[in-house]
Design a protein around this ligand. Structure first.
Ligand code: HEM
Length: 432
């Protein structure tokens, strides 16, 4: 998804289809969102390509309300557009598609392991992974940052879920396919999107089913072990719940973090004054907040109305699907001054890239730390970085992603030790 100035068109394109993944791969929804925020904040997306109608909210206040008021807007019927029109079979069993109070049963076993204090323990391992991500740039002048970055979160998920390095490539492929089933890189020309999705789901479920079945797995000091040991209110999680929630953690961790990294680097390269400002102040944490706002990798979330509800001037009937566009909320001119300016020291920065309410991202602390460490290591490694070719974007309604970002880099003399590190994704894919 390209990010432009967001200049609103006078009228919407007649064939606008907010559920078309290719629109997000090749187009730029920002001008449309700007138009919708101003003129049609509760927009009815008419049925297109056999998909039922749904509503689209684009303002920060409306997106926040839809995501946080689970009494009015349920996640149990699916939380992404690909589930539209059919019930989500994981509803009530998987954290992202379970409403409170049952939701606590699934979230409580995870939160202590992902608190801001707890994730500090991962910092040395994250730094090592970040340096391995950048290692290709130590031996190759022109390389694909995005292709390497895709290995970073799968490696981080590996730390959390006990996935060995030998399993990264396989799970990485199916994890990205699970959120970009229409992207030409994941969907062979002869495969329908449904078959790409079901293959991706079953490969990931099979992996975790085998993990959960291993004798003594509940003793492991990772999140799968923790889910297996958990017994909220005295009732242990079922095997099915453990597998579904391992899946949720894998998807949540993987597809978002790498795209924030690539979109963040692209924004820094496109705004050299901001790059210089960041290097001068060294305030990477603030820069990461702006990167999260700017990239908004989780592009939308879906909910269904529980009963008839009024949103602004519009009354929605019971059971109506509502999409909350996080990428738009994070550009809302009612909340952000000069929202289409990338400013590494933006303050205040009330972005909602991690969502709001009960479903707010459980991995937010880890994601923040992983991105901070990565950009700190990037600054340390290279004295010069410049774009080498046009980026390529992911075809997905759910993830605003970059799958290719070729860069040219000049290594700092004091970072020569990166040459001895084994690149996260091997050299073949990363080199150009
Ligand atoms: C830049 C990185 C990330 C972004 C932008 C992001 C964004 C989000 C958003 C917007 C939601 C809420 C979805 C909704 O309301 O339906 C969410 C939920 C979730 N995220 Fe993340 N996420 C990131 C990283 C992570 C990481 C590293 C993990 C794993 C450790 C993770 C695991 C999850 C899970 C399990 C949920 C469901 C939480 C719930 O339903 O209570 N995410 N994430």
């Amino acid at each position: 998804m390209r990010i432009t100035s967001g200049q609103a068109p006078a009228a919407l394109p007649g064939d606008l289809d907010l559920a078309d993944p290719h629109y997000f791969g090749t187009g730029d929804p920002h001008p449309v969102w700007t138009h919708l925020r101003g003129a049609d904040p509760v927009h009815r997306q008419c049925p297109m390509a056999g998909r039922p109608e749904f509503w689209a909210v684009t303002r920060h206040a409306d997106v926040s309300r839809v995501l946080s008021r689970h009494e009015e807007f349920t996640a149990a019927r699916g939380n992404i557009l690909t589930t539209l029109g059919h019930e989500d079979i994981a509803g009530g069993q998987m954290i992202a598609v379970t409403d409170p109070p049952r939701h606590r049963r699934l979230k409580d076993p995870l939160t202590p392991h992902l608190s801001s204090q707890a994730v500090r323990a991962f910092e040395p391992a994250l730094r090592d992974l970040a340096r391995r991500l950048l290692a290709v740039g130590a031996t190759t002048e022109t390389w694909d940052f995005a292709a390497q970055a895709m290995y970073y979160p799968i490696a981080i998920a590996g730390l959390l879920l006990g996935i060995p390095e030998s399993g990264w490539e396989h799970l990485k492929h199916y994890t990205y396919a699970a959120v970009a089933e229409s992207d030409p890189d994941y969907a062979p020309a002869d495969a329908g999107t449904a078959s790409v999705l079901s293959r991706a789901h079953s490969e990931i479920f099979l992996y975790f089913a085998a993990e959960v079945a291993k004798p003594g797995r509940e003793q492991a000091d990772d999140l799968i072990g923790s889910l297996l040991r958990a017994a909220p209110d005295g009732v242990p999680l079922t095997r099915q719940e453990v597998i579904l929630n391992a899946y949720s953690l894998l998807i949540g961790a993987t597809v978002t973090t790498s795209h924030a990294a690539s979109a963040g680097l692209l924004a820094l390269l496109e705004n050299p004054a901001e790059y210089t400002h960041w290097m001068t102040t060294g305030d990477t944490e603030a820069a990461v907040e702006e990167i999260l706002r700017w990239s908004s990798p989780a592009n939308h979330a879906l909910r269904h109305t529980v009963a008839e509800v009024r949103l602004g001037d519009t009354v929605l009937g019971a059971g109506a699907p509502v999409t909350a566009w996080i990428g738009s909320a994070n550009r809302d001119e009612r909340v952000f001054a000069d929202p289409f300016r990338f400013r590494v020291n933006r303050f205040p920065n009330r972005h909602i890239a991690f969502g709001v309410g009960a479903h707010r991202c459980v991995g937010a602390n880890l994601a923040r730390l992983a991105l901070t460490v990565l950009f700190e290591e990037l600054a340390r490694a290279f004295e010069k970085i410049e774009p080498a070719r046009e980026p390529r974007h992911l075809h997905s309604t759910f993830i605003a992603g970059i799958k290719s970002l070729p860069v040219r880099t000049v290594l700092r003399a004091q970072a020569a030790d990166l040459r001895g590190m084994s690149p996260l994704g091997g050299t073949a894919e990363g080199a150009q």
